[in-house]
Design a protein around this ligand. Structure first.
Ligand code: D54
Ligand code: ZN
Length: 276
């Protein structure tokens, strides 16, 4: 398990592009036959990937930085199916996930095992936060997620925001998580931009063809920085940072937050004209 320390906003301007990526981009999460995990000190979020092959399930193990017997001893977990399909067994109970389904795993689950029917199909993205109470493990298929339409064609940001784990849906301690899908011809996400000082957020971009790219913006509104990302790369947004981006075509991304509150609407919008 890799560990990333938290970043103070004043450090940003001293980071060259490689150092900027070292701090915020997570680009090696999906390795066939492996579970990969990264521990961020931003709200102690853990992000990961699990890519089981057929006939060789993968178990989610605890890791050194957690000092815990099992991964969910003090944590809750969301498992997002970013591949075609796969299954997850939690303490012997099997859940089948299709593309963009999410399994919420409550604190106290001992055995979490990822499996694939067909090699190449099962690609799971993992997001975890500290949890002070045990909430039931629950599958949220895409068609049961809360659905909102946002944006406009004129501004190339028409998109559907699906909320899977949120205050009015599946209960959790900290995690608020969903998937945003850009319409064909729309390329800008999270417009107008915003910050939410009460929560860290992590984006995982996916369903982007390998030759395409996304320019992701972060930083304080008056001093933004950009990073060029490709498919299945994640980016950490500290609570003081904006997080928005533009793709060379449409795409989807998993957004996941943890922190002081679970109020999706608690965000301070930044007018585009205030960015620099
Ligand atoms: O705090 C909320 C998150 O940044 C995302 O939900 C925003 C988003 O998906 C979008 O507007 O496209
Ligand atoms: Zn946000």
């Amino acid at each position: 398990m890799k560990v990333r320390h938290a970043t103070h906003p004043s450090e940003l301007e001293g980071l060259d592009s490689d150092r900027l990526r070292d701090r915020f981009v997570v680009d090696d999460l999906f390795v066939e036959g492996e579970v990969s995990l990264l521990y961020s000190h931003e709200d102690r979020m853990v992000v990961g990937g699990a890519v089981p092959v057929a006939g060789r399930p993968l178990r989610l193990e605890s890791a050194g930085p957690l000092r815990a017997e099992h991964f969910c001893e003090r944590r809750e977990l969301a498992v997002v199916c970013v591949g075609r399909a796969g299954h997850v067994e939690v303490d012997g109970h099997r859940y089948d996930l299709a593309h963009m389904d999410v399994l919420y795993v409550g604190r106290g689950a001992r055995d979490v095992v990822f499996g694939a029917e067909t090699t190449g199909d099962a690609v799971f993205y993992l997001v975890s936060a500290l949890s002070h109470a045990a909430h039931p493990t629950t599958l949220v298929p895409l068609d049961q997620a809360h659905r909102t339409e946002a944006g406009a064609q004129e501004t190339a940001n028409r998109r559907v925001i699906y909320k899977h784990v949120h205050a009015d849906g599946v209960p959790s301690s900290q995690l608020v998580l969903g998937i945003t899908v850009l319409e064909p011809g729309s390329v800008w996400n999270s417009m107008p931009p915003h910050v939410h000082d009460r929560r860290t957020e992590v984006y995982l971009y996916f369903d982007l063809p390998s030759e395409d790219r996304i320019v992701h913006m972060m930083g304080q509104p008056d001093s933004t920085r950009s990073m060029v990302l490709r498919d299945r790369q994640a980016v950490i947004s500290p609570s003081w940072s904006v997080h928005f981006g533009v793709g060379t075509r449409n795409y989807a991304f998993v957004w996941a937050m943890a922190g002081e509150n679970q109020s999706f609407a608690d965000m301070d919008q930044v007018p585009v004209s205030a960015l620099s």
